[in-house]
Ligand binder design. Structure first.
Ligand code: ADP
Ligand code: AMP
Length: 215
């Protein structure tokens, strides 16, 4: 199964991608995570990426399309994958459709996370993750069972994203509405758009998605 997750920053895509990945045994391809790894490597390319990401803008379509083209051809993507954070522009979506045609595959579902902008700053400003395994948490909505200890791997080290501040969030939301929201009619036109109410608590969103994907 190939699933594309669409929705603004903080809508809950990464959180739900982990659940879908586990339930369907397919990898989550998060372009944000891939870019953050490139930044952490400290390469000259990583430095350029960091500038764009900390400004709240989007990395160029050429870089992103090459990154995904290589990734989806890897062996672990054979039975399917979840795209979290890609495509983010119409040019990326069109390139993805062409890539799929070239390899004889197609996306099954483009899943829209419907949320009001008003809740996103709170979701994003409370976000943190395990520095060891990447498991995602929230200060109020999704705390580790034992304070300061990762549920998944037991690590006690956590990190917060540099771009998760109110100023950058505003710019990221603006990029979403201007450049990414046009993908909703694009995937509606392809007949694969489904919408989930992502204002609900995490477990309810999880059940709604499970129902939708199993239908
Ligand atoms: P995205 O990948 O869309 O940017 P995340 O999955 O990282 O969003 O979620 C953003 C933050 O909100 C995280 O801290 C996460 O734990 C929390 N979160 C995710 N889904 C919900 C939800 N349905 N209700 C409340 N908080 C949520
Ligand atoms: P995310 O982790 O999805 O919130 O992405 C973090 C940042 O990485 C974004 O604000 C963009 O700067 C960049 N990014 C991630 N995915 C893409 C993409 N598909 N196209 C362009 N930029 C991206």
């Amino acid at each position: 199964m190939i699933v594309i997750l669409l929705g603004p920053p903080g809508a809950g895509k990464g959180t739900q991608a982990d659940f879908i990945s586990e339930a369907h045994n397919i990898p989550k391809l998060s372009t944000g995570d891939m870019l953050r790894e490139a930044v952490a490597s400290g390469s000259p390319m990583g430095k350029q990426l960091q500038e764009v990401m900390s400004s709240g803008g989007l990395v160029s379509d050429e870089i992103m399309i090459d990154l995904i083209r290589d990734r989806i051809r890897q062996a672990d993507c054979k039975t399917g994958f979840i795209l979290d954070g890609f495509p983010r522009t119409v040019a990326q979506a069109e390139a993805l459709t062409t890539m799929f045609e070239e390899i004889g595959r197609a996306a099954d579902v483009a899943l829209e996370f419907a949320v009001d902008d008003g809740i996103l700053v709170e979701r994003i400003s409370g976000r943190f993750s395990c520095a060891n395994c990447g498991a995602g948490y929230h200060d109020s909505f999704n705390k580790p069972a034992k304070d300061g200890v990762c549920d998944r791997c037991g690590s006690t080290e956590f990190t917060r994203r540099k771009d998760d501040n109110a100023e950058t969030v505003g710019k990221r939301l603006e990029s979403y509405h201007r450049q990414t929201a046009p993908l909703l009619p694009y995937y509606k036109g392809l007949g694969i758009l489904r919408t989930v109410d992502a204002m609900q608590p995490i477990d309810e969103v999880k059940s709604a998605i499970a129902q939708l994907l199993n239908a």
